[in-house]
Design a protein around this ligand. Structure first.
Ligand SMILES: C[S@@+](CC[C@H](N)C(=O)[O-])C[C@H]1O[C@@H](n2cnc3c(N)ncnc32)[C@H](O)[C@@H]1O
Length: 304
């Protein structure tokens, strides 16, 4: 763990060259990385491994790494996912280990258990290997995503979690829970606003199979998040959003649906929570077009 601005933080170790390197305050690239068992893995070995991994569809471009990324030749499995499930159950049953003074209320901010289960099932079905998540809070969704990453059997699971307020508003409780589940072996916490960080992540050529968006709910921030996720999530990958029932979130994703070919996944997340008033589901799931579209501004379609 490093300290940035006096706060503990984990950062994505995206090693980038040239101008991007200057702009990206990330942990310097090392020529070797630890495996899950502490054994050093050279970048050359890793590059060789990544081409043999059949169900990790997103090998990263040369020189783009996650510091905590691990490689398991036989895939991740065993008791680890069960341990994550146990931490999830404990959180659902008893709430977070502590609530920071004046901190956000757990029941209000966290993704409900049934929605977490839906997210987990969908990500396992999609066999994701790399997920970008926005909004850690008390880690309900992050634990479900981490469990999914382990259950897919990926040899190189990666989870990038972005939340600028994890230590200022949540006293680090969400990250602590991920550590209790040992998910810090596959996850990185970035403590800066997603709408700033994602631009650099995209610039570095980082690729993900899926993203989960539950950060700032301001229209402009969600819109910027989705714009950069459209570059980061591979063509044919998926983007999941919480709170699409809020007009600010729903309007942002409507642009991508109406103009950029993002397709709602029919039936996905259908058994999750719904708005009691309107009956609308709280979460949404979208498949990105493959190949990426090159839209014509003259064909812009108003979206809300
Ligand atoms: C509704 S909570 C997320 C709940 C979480 N998914 C869970 O299941 O516990 C929203 C989170 O987004 C974070 N957030 C707010 N603005 C953000 C931003 N600009 N970038 C990233 N995260 C942000 C907040 O600190 C908060 O932790």
């Amino acid at each position: 763990m490093r300290l940035v601005d006096g706060r503990p933080t984990h950062r994505v170790g995206a090693a980038v060259g040239g101008a991007a390197a200057a702009a990206c305050p990330v942990q310097p690239i090392s020529s070797s990385r630890r495996s899950h068992h502490g054994k050093a893995v050279t970048t050359r070995q890793l590059a060789a491994l990544s081409v043999t991994v059949d169900h990790v569809p997103c090998p990263q471009p040369e020189g783009v790494w996650l510091v905590n990324s691990i490689v398991q030749p036989g895939g991740v499995g065993g008791e680890w996912p069960d341990r994550v499930a146990a931490v999830r159950r404990e959180l659902t049953k008893h709430g977070p280990p502590r609530s920071p003074d004046g901190g956000p209320d757990f029941a209000t901010v966290t993704l409900p258990e049934s929605d977490c289960d839906q997210v987990l099932d969908l990500l396992v079905e999609e066999r994701v290997g790399t997920v970008v998540e926005i909004g850690l809070a008390y880690a309900s969704s992050a634990l479900a995503i981490g469990e999914a990453l382990l259950r897919t059997g990926s040899r190189n699971p990666r989870h990038v979690v972005i939340d600028p307020f994890q230590y200022t508003a949540y006293d680090g409780v969400g990250w602590e829970l991920l550590r209790n589940a040992r998910l810090d072996d596959i996850a990185e916490l970035v403590t800066e606003p997603s709408q700033r960080f994602l631009a650099r992540l995209a610039d570095a050529g980082f690729a993900a199979d899926a993203a989960f968006v539950d950060g700032s709910h301001h229209f402009h921030n969600v819109f910027v998040d989705l714009h950069f996720l459209g570059e980061i999530v591979r063509p044919g990958g998926i983007v999941l959003l919480d709170d699409v029932w809020w007009p600010s979130v729903g309007a942002a994703v409507a642009y991508f649906e109406t103009n950029l070919g993002w397709r709602p996944l029919p039936g996905a997340l259908a058994d999750g929570t719904t708005d009691p008033a309107s009956g609308r589901p709280r979460t949404g799931a979208y498949r990105l077009p493959d190949p990426r579209p090159t839209p014509n501004f003259k064909e812009f379609r108003p979206f809300c």
